[in-house]
Write a protein that binds this ligand. Structure first.
Ligand code: SAM
Length: 147
């Protein structure tokens, strides 16, 4: 727990706080990591997925979105990346192999272009590019399941 009272931050030992609050790691659960990973460095991302894995029973589900590395490093993103850094919230992480984050722990992952669920829910501005198209500047949505 944090020194400032009841708050528990991502860098704290939140798995202990979660289980002390009643979370049962032996019951299948659903995790949602949305709009977060780009703010973390690679080590913090790895720690987060490792913690989620260690708290997840078989048949648990993990949903997350990821900024593609191709998109993050593209010239069109440079103004946004600069602006976010200047505001103290730098975008640090992107990957074009987003399924691997869960897959490295043995989870099976279904990866889609972020535009796919976005279009299904009428919340995205562009069509999804085919997943086998190379060098697409995009984000990803991943649905992973622990066997
Ligand atoms: C786009 S919002 C996503 C909000 C989230 N989907 C929710 O429903 O609360 C980005 C979130 O990332 C958090 N965040 C940004 N940088 C962070 C960091 N370094 N460590 C922990 N959280 C961070 C922000 O506080 C914010 O809640």
């Amino acid at each position: 727990m944090s020194p400032d009272g009841d708050r528990c931050y991502l860098a704290d030992d939140w798995p202990v706080a979660l289980t002390e609050a009643g979370f049962d790691p032996h019951t299948p659960t659903v995790w949602l990591i949305e709009g977060l990973l780009q703010y973390l460095d690679e080590n913090a991302v790895a720690t987060l997925f490792g913690r989620v894995h260690s708290l997840s029973a078989a048949k648990s589900t993990l949903l997350y979105d990821v900024v593609g590395k191709t998109l993050l490093e593209s010239p069109m993103m440079a103004p946004l990346v600069t602006a976010m850094a200047e505001r103290g919230s730098p975008w640090l992480f992107g990957t074009d192999e987003p399924g691997e984050l869960a897959g490295r722990h043995g989870w099976s992952a279904t990866v889609t272009d972020i535009a796919k669920p976005g279009n299904e829910w009428h919340r995205w501005f562009a069509p999804a590019a085919p997943m086998d198209a190379p060098d697409v500047r995009r984000g990803y949505f991943v649905e992973a399941t622990r066997p």
